[in-house]
Each structure stands twice: as structure tokens, then as C-alpha cells.
Design a protein around this ligand. Sequence first.
Ligand SMILES: C[S@@+](CC[C@H](N)C(=O)[O-])C[C@H]1O[C@@H](n2cnc3c(N)ncnc32)[C@H](O)[C@@H]1O
Length: 577
Amino acid sequence: MEGVAPAVSLFRSRASARFPIFVAADSGAARRSSRKGRSRVSRRTLETSPPGAAGSSAGRKHGSTETAPRQSGITRVPKLGPAVSTKRAGRSKDPHISLEVSHHRAVAAVRLLRIEKGKAFADLLNEKTNDSGDNEMGYVERTLGFRTRYLEDRDIRLVTVIVAGTVRWKRYLDYLIMSLCTEEKMFREMEPLLLQILRIAFFEILKLDVPAYAVVDENVSLAKAALRPGAGNMVNAMLRKLILLKETNSLPLPKIEGDDRAQARALSIIYSHPVWMVRRWIRFHGKDDTLRLMNWNNSDPHFSLRVNTSKGYTRADLVKRLESLQVHYEESIMDEFVRIREGMQAVLQAGLLKDGMCAVQDESAGLVVSVVDPQPGETIIDCCAAPGGKTLFMASRLSGQGKIWALDVNKGRLRILMDAAKLHSLNDMIHDIHADLRLYAKETTAKYDKVLLDAPCSGLGVLSKRADLRWNRQFEDLEELMCLQDELLDSASTLVKPGGILIYSTCSIDPEENEKRITAFVKRHPEFAIQSVCGYVPAEFITDEGFYSSNPTKHSMDGAFAARLVCSILGAPQGHN
Ligand SMILES: C[S@@+](CC[C@H](N)C(=O)[O-])C[C@H]1O[C@@H](n2cnc3c(N)ncnc32)[C@H](O)[C@@H]1O
């Protein structure tokens, strides 16, 4: 169902013709005034708000100590309860902004459009810049009449929840939307913005605890304001049908029957994943684990924080700050880490990241650094380093003695890495190299004690955090990635000193990107031998072959993989590669 949106030109003509409320006869004047921050006020008044809507916006505070077990799967949904705002724009801090629509839904709809269109979104908006984030905000301002910087903190959080959830559940939501259309053509030719509004509303009704009347009222208003009255009427009719089906427990769902392909197709709708992923996982992990994995991917991600010991902080310091912010935390299996389920906004606002006290890093990535096991005095090259999570952690483990060379082909990401190194007071220990590893390895004679190759991969282990990734990855990408992984492994191997260690890692759970790459590598490079990660990570993460592997459903963290390969004392044969 992806890629069914009408062509860009169709959207543009519709969009420009159908903003009757905000784009007045002199739409240029409206835009100019909007640019100056004097957005137009809607003709309608707040009297159209549902009774009690404003009251329901009293929400949960940041840094809430409230916790819940990780919610997963189709029936367990993130509960926002009273924090879900049903308010209209009337309570905004800016007296000039639109009083027409629910801000966070409008922003969510535009962000969803941006995510779905990707680069085409910039073309769609006819913008010169490629910064689609700016485009999105500019678009909301020009068409809906307000600036998103006026969103309150809770609204920003709601945008995140709605966007992530709607993206995750897209296939399931589209199946339902299509089922309620009178004909398939109606779904196929639906305006992109209208489709996003329907997806948001369906998601709110099916997966969030928002009162049905508020979802209907707010999304109908949004469709009317952003498109035209007829679009609002259509949203109204579809939502009422949906609510009835939900109340009578008769929502349409595909049956899991027929051959493997047919069953995978049904599961892909029910659990909202691409069919190829479902088929591949059933082949590798079996059906039960696949269902567990998809439930995990559909649930709220939780995050880990790593304390920055290089600035002299301890985990106890971090815990103290979290307690003072009333952010609930859990201890981690790693000394430098704590886990948090909620309260990231409070952590951000308190400046814990900006001040360099800690960094957001999953423990699965931290364990890769344990596999590297950096020792003071060692020379280490991180071959695909940016944005630098592992580089920084490795550097902090060197206790001020030793050096890390951070190489990456992406200049912008490398700059982020070096900024973070400065923030963490580690810049003296880290040297950046902007290069393609394959070319660098050919040209340099440098050799290192340890070489980490954290290879570009499918990211199939981090789908709970990267909601859009499942839809961006195609089966064909895997083949290409595996070729690149082999090439990078070959190049990285030439940088290892005789007797040194090559560490290969990914954030994938796919055996073909992990174990199979290593098996193929040692066949090509008999001078390297697999060394077990035993003693470097806890036993529960060690596979029969001696690799490190974290599994989301088994370890409640992202999926990751790492292998240690020792280079024989004689090193690589002359002229290798
Ligand atoms: C998985 S990310 C690395 C994440 C990083 N190690 C961390 O922990 O933050 C892969 C990186 O490989 C880089 N990359 C891809 N192809 C490359 C190449 N041929 N040479 C060097 N770097 C490359 C990408 O730019 C990307 O930053």
C-alpha cells in the first residue's frame, strides 16, 4: 500500500487550490503576513470545540515516575490517558495564531507527509533548500497559519507519539481505511494529506486512549481547514463507521490461512510490517519469535543513558540527577548505563545531554564496546565511526591513554562526532579521518592494535526506535549491503597489526549480515581466526559460535551483533587485497 499516493503535481495543484480558510483572495498577502508572524485568525470561533475538550488536556508531567511494563503488540497500546490533548489552538501563547485546528495533529500530519514523501516533499513544496525539517515547519505556517515553535512541550511529545505510532501501524491502518472506502479507487486516489489525517485519526481511535468524540471533532476540523469542507465530511463518515465497528468488535482483519506467502501477507497487515521481513524472519527465527519480534517493534521504545566518565561523572551522579528530576530509571547490566522508559523530555530540558553529563546510547551498542575491550595505551581505528556513539565510549574507556582514529565517509556526521567529542572532553584523544575506508586502506601503511568495523547495515535490530525504517528497507537493499560489508571487512583487515584484533559489528539481527559475513570473511582470510567473546560480555549474549548477539525479545534491548577476529602474528600476506 506504500507508494499509492498520487503524483506530486496532483498534490500541488490540489493543495494550492484547497485551503479556503487560510488562503484568502490575496493568498500572497496572507503568506507575507504569515511570514511576519501575523498569521490569520480563523473565521470560526472556539465555540466549535467539544464541551470539556480543553479540560481534558491537563496532562502528565514531565519526568513522571509512573511506569508501566513495556507495552507491545496489537492490543497493548501506549496509554496517554488524560495527557492526550483535545484542545484547540485557543490556548496558545501567541494571540495571532490560528484558532482553527489542533496544533499537534496538524504538525503530525505534515510531518507524516514529509516522512512518506522523503526528498519528494522538498520538491512538492517547491523549496530551494533541501532541509526538509525547515520545509515542514514553513509549510505548516504558510498553509495552516501558525508556527510550530508555539507548540507547548506536551504537544511536541504528542506529535512524536502520533507520528511514530502512525508510521509503525501504517499497513494495518491503511488496510482498515481501504476496507471502509466504498471502492479501492477511492483509497488509491486519496489526497496525501487527507490520507495522513485519516491515519492519525484511526491510530488515535484504535491505539490511543483519546475519547472518540474528540478524535472525530478535531480531525474533521483539521480536514476542513487544511483541505475543504467535503474532506471533513468524508473523515467524519469514515470515523463514525470505524467507531461502530470497534464498539461492536467487528473490525475487519485478514485471516491467517493458506500457504506460507498468504499467511505472511496476513501477518504483515495485522502486525504492520513488510511482507518480505515477515517471511524472512519466519524462515530464520520461526513463527513464534517473529510474532514476538513484531510486537516488540510495535511497542514504545525505551532508552538508555550512558554516563560520561571522562568528565568525571559517575553513575551515582547521573542517578541523583534523574531522581531530582523525578525520572524513573532502572539499573543496567553495564556499569556506565541506566535505562529509562519515560522522562526523556525532562532529561533534555534539564540539559543533561547538552552539558555532556551523559549520552543516549543503547546497551546493545555499549556491549559492542565491551567486545572491543579498549585498553589504555592502545591505538584503535573506528572505521565507520559517525555519529560516534561507540568512538566516544571507547575513548572514555582508555582512561586518557591511547588514541582513537575515527574514520567515516560522511563529512557531516563526522562533524557531529567531533562536536560530541569536544562536549565530552575527549577531543584530544580522537582524530577524525574523512575518507572512504576502501580508499584509505589502499593508501595508508598505518596499522592499529584494534580495528572496529561497525558496518552500515539494514538496522533490522533497531526497528522499535526507528519507526520508519521498516518501510524504507527493501529486500534488494540487503544484497547490496552484504557486498559493501564484505568489501569493508576486506579493507579493515589490512589495518590490523599482526597479533591485533578486528571487530565486526552491526545493529542487525539478520544472520546473513552477521554470522554469514564472518564465515565468508575467514574463508577469504585464513590469517584471521574467530576468537570467542567469552569474558567480554555476559554469557547470555554469547552464541554457540562465540559471537556477541543481543536479541530484542530475549534481552529487552536493541538487536546487535559483534565478532572478534585475531590476526595471526605473521599478519596478512604481502600484496593481500
Ligand atoms: C552503522 S553507522 C556507524 C555508527 C557508529 N559506529 C556509532 O556507533 O555511532 C555506519 C557508518 O558507516 C559509514 N560508511 C558507509 N560507507 C562507508 C565507507 N565506504 N567508508 C567509510 N564509512 C562508511 C556511514 O557514513 C555511517 O556513518
